[in-house]
Write a protein that binds this ligand. Structure first.
Ligand code: HGY
Ligand code: MN
Ligand code: MN
Length: 397
């Protein structure tokens, strides 16, 4: 099986044009946006040209089916609101290239997938969660984007292109190639990472409601200031979470809406999302207890009304041992001495697909460890080396 690196790179750069941000190689290609739908239509054509049977499932996952039973390769092609050109897209195009090379070599059967809404515009890894049975379609349909559109309304835009659910029984296993999105491979000057496990992820949507009032005439001691509630809550997390955390435990408040967000008005309301991740379920539980009790304590101390709702959690997932061994042997053959086994601090569709079949992941370095940013990038030599490791592993399987 011989991959064609020029064809692979050309398709990666072609996909980058859909939602090109105009800043570096960045993309803005959120799930079900015009750019995402155009990208999926382009991918459909490339899959057909590769001899695969394209099938869009009811929630926007785009499969390229080989027909025979065999490995499924892929990732997602939707992006963060400010995304890089490789997050997700790399795994889809690498899968397509290995599928083409396999066909040109007369086998094995290799199918390809681009999952929908991995980046959670509506839910969290929504497409692979529904396909894998981790999320009921009716629950997904009610999920809302930040601009107030339901998943149901979004997926209705491509209903005319959609077929039925794809039967997972035709796939023996799933391998997802992805950028590392962290600094470790570059720091070690390694070209490839064979992933051992994927962290678990949880999140809470929290609202503090106090009293909107005049910023000049309201004495400090009578205020019920929602922003001060958030500030105190955040200080308490940073005070208490390190006590249960390892150096790879993380927590983030990345989404905040302050109302009415005016400089002379004491904010009466703040709605925000707190997300945390760890490799161990028990530690995720302990972090959750601290986060929930901090919200309760601050609300009580500051006379704020508290509302808390949880987003669908993702459990930590170990990668399949046999697949890891095949990927390790392939890495030894292609990039001897320049690869390492490593955990994933990002979550991936493989976390969901693990409900259905053995899964594994292969990483390539991220320059400067940057991702979820227009500046995300990887040296093309590393992209090709990762592709060759993926192809070598599939050939060995
Ligand atoms: O956030 C993540 O880990 C993934 O890139 N959506
Ligand atoms: Mn991402
Ligand atoms: Mn991703």
């Amino acid at each position: 099986m011989k991959v064609n690196s020029a064809r692979f790179l050309a398709d990666l750069h072609a996909l980058r044009q859909f939602g090109a941000s105009g800043v570096g190689k960045g993309v803005v290609r959120p799930a079900f946006s015009r750019a995402d739908i155009a990208a999926r239509e382009w991918l459909t054509g490339r899959m057909r040209e590769a001899g695969l049977k394209p099938q869009l499932d009811p929630v926007g996952n785009l499969f390229g089916l080989a027909g025979g039973r065999g490995v499924l390769l892929g990732s997602h092609s939707d992006s963060q609101p400010e995304g890089g050109w490789l997050d997700g897209a790399l795994g889809v195009i690498a899968g397509l290239e290995v599928a083409r090379a396999a066909r040109e070599a007369g086998g094995p059967a290799v199918s390809v997938i681009s999952f929908q809404d991995e980046e959670g515009r509506y839910g969290a890894l929504t497409g692979s969660s529904v396909w894998s049975g981790g999320l009921l379609p009716e629950v997904a349909d009610a999920m809302l984007s930040a601009d107030g559109e339901t998943f149901a309304e979004a997926r209705a835009r491509v209903a005319h292109l959609a077929g039925g659910r794809v039967d997972p029984a035709q796939f023996t296993s799933f391998i997802e190639m992805h950028i590392e999105q962290g600094p470790w491979l570059q720091q070690a000057n390694d070209a490839v990472g064979v992933v051992t496990s994927i962290v678990g992820l949880r999140g809470l949507d929290i609202v503090f409601e106090g009293q909107q009032n005049h910023a000049g005439t309201t004495a400090m001691h009578v205020r019920r200031d929602a922003f001060q509630g958030l500030a105190a809550f955040n200080a308490r997390l940073n005070d208490r979470l390190p006590g249960v955390a390892t150096e790879r435990s993380v927590w983030t408040i990345g989404e905040v809406a302050l109302s009415p967000n005016a400089s002379s008005i004491i904010p009466g309301r703040v709605a925000f999302h707190v997300q945390w991740r760890d490799a161990e379920t028990e530690r995720l539980d302990r972090m959750e207890a601290i986060i929930r009790s901090a919200a309760d304590d601050i609300a009580a101390l500051r006379g704020l009304k508290l509302t808390v709702s949880a987003r669908p959690p993702l459990a930590p997932v170990a990668m399949d041992g046999d697949l890891q061994a095949v990927l390790s042997d392939a890495a030894d053959a292609v990039v001897p001495g320049r690869w390492q086994a490593m955990p994933s601090g990002a979550v991936h569709d493989a976390s969901n697909v693990a409900r259905l079949m053995p899964v594994a992941m292969v990483f390539v370095p991220s320059i400067g460890g940057i991702s979820h940013d227009f500046a995300e990038d990887t040296d093309e030599a590393d992209l090709v080396a990762g592709l060759e490791v993926l192809a070598e592993a599939v050939a060995r399987m």
